[in-house]
Ligand binder design. Structure first.
Ligand SMILES: Nc1ncnc2c1ncn2[C@@H]1O[C@H](COP(=O)(O)OP(=O)(O)O)[C@@H](O)[C@H]1O
Ligand SMILES: O=C(O)C[C@@H](O)[C@H](O)C(=O)COP(=O)(O)O
Length: 325
C-alpha cells in the first residue's frame, strides 16, 4: 500500500519545532563526569529530520525560532548549507538561548542525554510567526511533539496543524517525547492526543504512545483501534532494535526489521528512521519498502558519531538494503 501526496507542491516537507545543538562526547565508553571533550552538531529531532530528508534529495523547509547569537547563526548556516529552506526560521529578540543536548556514551547500549533547555528560543515561537502562505506550499507538515510542551510554541504548532489541514497538507506527528520540557505526563497526554487525532500519520516508540495514552504498558492493537476512529491513516510504532510496525486504517500490518550493525551510540535512530521512511513514502514506494529505508538509515546513523551530520544518502541506504536482502 502507498500513501498519496499532493504533486503540485514546491516543498516535500516542512518541519516545525526545535533546531538546537548536540554536544556529543568524543571520548566514548565513559561517564559524563569523566568526559572532557565534545563535538558540536546541529540537533533537535525536527531539525535532524529536515536535514536527513534534505540529504536524501527532498525539498525541506523549517519553521522555528533561533537564539540571536553565535549558536543560533551556526544552526541556520548549517541547515541552509545542506539545502534546508531557512526563510521561516525567525530570530528571537528577547535573549532566549539555544537548547543544548550533551550526550553521554557509556557503552554502545547505554547512552543518555543531558539537556539544557531552560528559556530556550525554540519554545518562544509565536503563532503570528507561522505563515499560511508557507505551509500551503508543502506536501507534508512534520510536527515534533516537544514543540507542544509550552506556550507560545504550543499555539504556534496548533495553528500550523489547522493551516495544514485547511490546505490539504498531510500532517505527520512525530511524538518525540522529551520529559524534561513538560509539566506533567497528564498534560502531555492531553496535547499529544489532540494532535494525534488530527494527524494523517503518527510515528513514535511504544513508550511514547504509552505517554500519549497515559498508560503504563499499552499495546499496539488498543493504540490503533483508538487512533483509527479519527484522522490517522497510518500509525508507525517503533520497538527499538526489535524493529517497528506500520498499521494502516484499511487493516494492513507491516513489520520492519532492524539491520544489525556495529553500534557506536543509540541516539539518532528515531530521526534517521523518520527521514528515510518519509523519503520513501514521498518517492512513491510502498509502506513495506519505506520501513526498510527507515531501518537502514537508522542502522547507518547509530554506527556513527552524530545524529544530523551522519544522515545517509539514498545510495548508502539502498546499498545496505541490497547487501542484507
Ligand atoms: N541498536 C540498533 N541497531 C540497528 N538499528 C536500530 C538500533 N536501534 C534502533 N534501530 C532502528 O531504528 C528504529 C527506531 O529506533 P527506536 O529506538 O525505536 O526509536 P527512537 O530512537 O526514536 O527511540 C528501529 O525501528 C530500528 O529499525
Ligand atoms: O532531539 C534532541 O533534542 C536531541 C537530538 O538532536 C539527539 O541527536 C537525539 O537524541 C536524537 O535521538 P533520536 O530520537 O533517537 O533520533
Amino acid at each position: 500500500m502507498k500513501v498519496e501526496f499532493r504533486t503540485d507542491r514546491e516543498f516535500d516537507i516542512i518541519a516545525i519545532g526545535r533546531a538546537c545543538m548536540d554536544l556529543n562526547a568524543i571520548e566514548y565508553n565513559r561517564p559524563m563526569e569523566e568526559t572532557m571533550t565534545f563535538k558540536k552538531y546541529v540537533g533537535g529531532s525536527p531539525a535532524n529530520i529536515a536535514i536527513g530528508t534534505s540529504k536524501l534529495g527532498l525539498k525541506a523547509g523549517f519553521i522555528g525560532k533561533l537564539a540571536d547569537d553565535q549558536h543560533g547563526r551556526f544552526i541556520e548556516q548549517y541547515m541552509a548549507g545542506v539545502g534546508v529552506d531557512t526563510s521561516q526560521m525567525v530570530v528571537d529578540n528577547e535573549g532566549h538561548k539555544t537548547g543544548l543536548a550533551f550526550t553521554e556514551i557509556l557503552s554502545p547500549q547505554e547512552c543518555s542525554i543531558l539537556m539544557y533547555r531552560d528559556n530556550v528560543a525554540d519554545l518562544y515561537l509565536d503563532p503570528s510567526e507561522v505563515s499560511e502562505d508557507y505551509i500551503k506550499r508543502s506536501k507534508i507538515l512534520l510536527v515534533s511533539g516537544t514543540a507542544l510542551a509550552k506556550s507560545p510554541s504550543r499555539e504556534a504548532v496548533l495553528k500550523a496543524v489547522q493551516l495544514a489541514k485547511k490546505n490539504d497538507v498531510k500532517v505527520i506527528f512525530e511524538l518525540d517525547y522529551r520529559g524534561y520540557t513538560w509539566a506533567s505526563k497528564e498534560e502531555t497526554s492531553v496535547y499529544y492526543t489532540l494532535v494525534a487525532q488530527q494527524s494523517d500519520v503518527v510515528v513514535g516508540t511504544r513508550d511514547e504512545f504509552d505517554v500519549m495514552e497515559n498508560v503504563e504498558e499499552g499495546n499496539n492493537d488498543a493504540t490503533i483501534a483508538s487512533l483509527f476512529k479519527h484522522s490517522p491513516e497510518l500509525v508507525v510504532i517503533k520497538h527499538g532494535v526489535e524493529g517497528s510496525y506500520a498499521y494502516t486504517k484499511s487493516g494492513e500490518t507491516f513489520r520492519g526489521h532492524a539491520y544489525l550493525t556495529k553500534v557506536l551510540k543509540t541516539f539518532g535512530a528515531g530521526d534517521s528512521y523518520a527521514s528515510a521512511f518519509l523519503y520513501a513514502l514521498i518517492s512513491g514506494k510502498d509502506i513495506e519498502t519505506a520501513l526498510k529505508y527507515g531501518s537502514a538509515s537508522a542502522a547507518i546513523v547509530v554506527s556513527k558519531h552524530s545524529s544530523s551530520e551522519a544522515m545517509p544518502t539514498v545510495e548508502e541506504i539502498e546499498q545496505l538494503i541490497a547487501e542484507r536482502s
